[in-house]
Design a protein around this ligand. Structure first.
Ligand code: ATP
Length: 296
């Protein structure tokens, strides 16, 4: 059985069509990432799945339940980690977790939660004295209090430093090894690539692509030829600066390489950093969302 199954989902706010008929299926135990630019309809979709918003049309099943009709039963089986959970700042970490535990029939033990999110040393510290990254770990622990079968993670690592991000990713992987299904929304393609078995890209209320991250990258096809040019040197025609390097999207790799190397030889430029790279998930994402917005 799918953990999430959505058919023909639609939702409009007055004259804004936020979600325009999407199908989505998330398998039990997988990490699924929902990607898309601001305003694409991700939050609306996720809030319908969580039972906080009602769809205008379509069928929605989450853990086999109807989030609208079976809201109570569903809440006991899902965990939600919002970008900011607004907990009481003057309670300690342990007190906060204990308090939330009382909402659940079978909560995960507080000590286990502290261990899981790496906050054991901070258990007696007041929430307001935690660093930003530590607060987010507490948010994550709060989403896990009820030992959920399905966890909704909304941009879980925004504001994390690189090592905290790696740790959070490891934590999500640990959770999935325990069988938890995760629906992740993120603006970090690297995060989706690292964590998700499958991703769906939303744009203007529609799903414009879906699949494994590497499949999507291959589907987009066009390879990139990347290189640096010396300071003050005009780059060859068609080259665009991206991520600190010049890049040409090559339909025909041999021809593009020939043009670039000819250009370099004629000018005596050494092209030490020349490389041919497959498109990344981010390249594909940018291509898909700009195409979809152009035709919206
Ligand atoms: P972000 O990445 O910025 O969080 P999103 O993909 O989650 O964006 P949504 O929040 O679902 O996008 O918004 C989709 C569209 O619906 C946007 O145009 C937004 O302005 C509109 N919208 C969302 N909530 C409401 C609301 N309560 N009332 C009216 N319009 C809304």
């Amino acid at each position: 059985m799918a953990a999430i199954d959505v058919r023909g989902l639609r939702k409009a706010y007055r004259d804004t069509e936020a979600v325009r008929g999407i199908d989505l299926s998330v398998d039990e135990g997988e990490v699924f990432a929902l990607l898309g630019p601001n305003g694409a309809g991700k939050t609306t979709t996720v809030e319908i799945l969580e039972g906080y918003r009602h769809a205008d049309a379509g069928q929605v099943r989450v853990l086999g339940l109807d989030p609208r009709r079976d809201a109570g039963a569903l809440r006991a089986r899902i965990g939600i980690v919002l970008q900011s959970s607004g907990v009481e700042q003057y309670l300690t970490v342990r007190e906060t977790l204990s308090m939330f535990s009382r909402y659940y029939e079978r909560p995960r033990p507080v000590e286990e939660l502290l261990e899981l999110v790496g906050l054991r040393e901070k258990a007696t510290q007041r929430v307001r004295t935690l660093s930003g990254g530590q607060q987010r770990r507490l948010d994550l622990a709060l989403g896990l209090v009820g030992d959920p079968e399905l966890l909704f993670l909304d941009e879980p690592t925004t504001g994390f430093d690189p090592s905290a991000r790696r740790e959070a990713w490891q934590l999500v992987r640990d959770l999935t090894s325990l069988g938890t299904t995760v629906l992740l929304t993120t603006h970090y393609m690297e995060e989706a690539d690292y964590l998700a078995r499958r991703v769906a890209v939303m744009s203007a209320g529609r799903i414009v692509a879906e699949g494994r991250p590497d499949e999507l990258a291959n589907r987009a096809g066009s390879v990139r030829v990347r290189f640096d040019v010396p300071l003050g040197q005009e780059p060859p025609r068609g080259a665009e600066l991206r991520g600190g390097h010049y890049e040409i999207v090559a339909e025909d790799v041999a021809r593009t390489l020939h043009e670039v190397t000819t250009w370099a030889l004629e000018r005596g430029v050494s092209l030490q950093s020349l490389e041919v790279a497959r498109p990344s998930l981010e390249d594909v994402y940018l291509e898909l969302t700009s195409e979809a917005q152009a035709t919206a």
